[in-house]
Design a protein around this ligand. Sequence first.
Ligand SMILES: Nc1ncnc2c1ncn2[C@@H]1O[C@H](COP(=O)(O)OP(=O)(O)OP(=O)(O)O)[C@@H](O)[C@H]1O
Length: 690
Amino acid sequence: MTTILADTFRAALTRLTNEEQKQVKLTVYELQDNPDQPGLSMHRVDKTRSPDIWSVRVGRDVRIILQKSGGDLILAYVDHHDDAYRWAERRRIEAHPTTGALQIVEVRELVEEVVGPASEAEQAARPEPALFAALSADDLMSVGVPVDWVADVQAVTEDGFFDLADHLPEEAREALLEYAITGQLTRAAPPADDPLQHPDTQRRFRVMEGVEEMQAALDAPFEKWAVFLHPSQRATVERASSGPARVVGSAGTGKTVVALHRVWRILQAEPDARVLLTTFSDPLSRALAAKLRLLLGERSALLDRVTIAAFDRVAAQLYTLATGQKPNMAPAQAIRSQLRKAADEADVSEVSSQFLHSEWDNVIDPWQLDSLEAYAEVPRVGRKNRLGPKQRERLWQVFAAVRTHLATRRLFTDSSLFAETAALFRDREPKPFTHIVVDEAQDLGVAELRFLAAIAADRPDALFFAGDLGQRIFRQPFSWKGLGVDVRGRSVTLKVNYRTSHQIRRAADRLLPRTVRDLDGLADERAGTISVFEGPEPEVHVCASQQEERETAAAVLSEAISTGISPAEIGLFVRSEAQLGRARAAVRTAGLESRGLVDPARDEAETVLVGTMHLAKGLEFRMVLLMACDQNVLPLAERVEQVADEFELDEALTTERQLLYVAATRARDRLVITAAEPASEFIDDLLSAG
Ligand SMILES: Nc1ncnc2c1ncn2[C@@H]1O[C@H](COP(=O)(O)OP(=O)(O)OP(=O)(O)O)[C@@H](O)[C@H]1O
């Protein structure tokens, strides 16, 4: 007999007490071992609409609801006696007549709380149009709307949609939302012979191969993604690649989840695989490590074959491994003074410090240019090369002097460490890693990408990237193809946002263009992304002074706490360190305590996280408060003043905007933005309708 676990069962299990959960799990293992054993007290549920629904007794008051049909045993639900029976009486488990996907269908006539199709009189009085009036019953069935619910969907207006959507299977809900936003109806995958093989079945039912798998699935934490993936996520995880591949999608669409499952799949499929899971910062790599542990659960022995660390740490470790020495890093300030000194000596005083720094940071150092010829030929993306050959020659003397200064002292920059370590491993076999999975890949620089390509095995599926071009906040763009990493034709876009409410996502999306293109012509298309739940509209408070802002923010925090949001569920972010004081003062005024990101000693449950927007990356909170969104803070005036040319100005404005997008999309349910007058121009974009 095949045992199948439904997502509704797992969700219901987590609502029971620990002791009840333990008892339920033991009963499930017994059922899986032999569902017919006499010790199990199993009864057919009489009042249901399907003949195959049974209840199994767990202790005095808890009941498991399951469907027994053919050779399959579907674990559907678990709850206290009366609630379990009520759940069972209102549901059918069946293959959808059009799509063939297995669904748990709510029996329409037994669901009272949804407003039924409006009468003609009501419709005449109601000015709101029906959202799906143009779709026929066949259209609706083609996306998996259960027969019972077709009339309700045809009659629903925008106001009632999210309430109704709660009663529909995910594929129908998502297709209808997409239609409401884009006017396009994406039909379900073609029917499979076996309903269990249908991609929409697999997002809510999973066949359990053995007791061990069942244990892992039931012990896995409440995060649904640990067990059930969206079909587009699953396809991306499982896809065999003929070359480097990537997954893109706007914030909250599950790119990190895909990256984690990809790592797991590689480890499972290849006993000799050595995997690097990497990203751009230590806090993010720690978060990835925690999530991977969670996903692997009982299979944590697999972790022995994974390295999880930020790019720069991996480079430093491999350098030490190859040379026996620790790399000595040059302080950024020392490089700045060397540049100025060399410029004075070479008598190029007409060139501003801004230009020198920018040229070093964005061209000379990342590309590791080592000659005047290389300097002349480097691809300058978007940046006008305003240098004549003579001037370039003089400037090169400056950069060459700094390079010599660093080389003679064996001092590294991040980029030179990447380059040197890449050179140490480029021709070595075997490579340190068979597979490399990169999260937040939009912030890879030239040196990092070359480094990763050099330390990965020479096999087509060695490199996998997850990222969102719209969230690039650190690095300037460059052509990946030009460096030999061509993901064209192997890029998948995820469209379902699981993190952020419809209202917050819609507002945050207004900060960015609908399409963001990379330099190889690949587009990240943001239009058509949907959120699966609703919440309040984001709030914006533009205050007359910083003091008024502090009081307003404090009042917002107090009100949130009074409505049941705990301090740990709140993230408070500001543009940069200079505004942290304003944020902490607001937390104090609300009578709360704050903690920083690198403040592990603080009790997380009792404190509000306060940090800069750059550090918000990769996190998520029930409520996000963004403070100090003032005119000179976003975009940051100091940064705008320091640009070397028009290209850099454009870059600065784009990445400042993207920074606000990153911070705003950390919010699940509530987003509040405050500013002291005059407010950032970005706020107008966020609020503008349409
Ligand atoms: N299949 C799924 N089912 C349920 N929840 C999911 C699923 N996939 C992702 N999530 C949830 O959605 C949220 C966002 O996921 P994730 O962090 O992977 O998104 P992301 O695309 O990497 O976001 P960002 O670009 O903002 O970093 C998380 O809370 C995650 O648990």
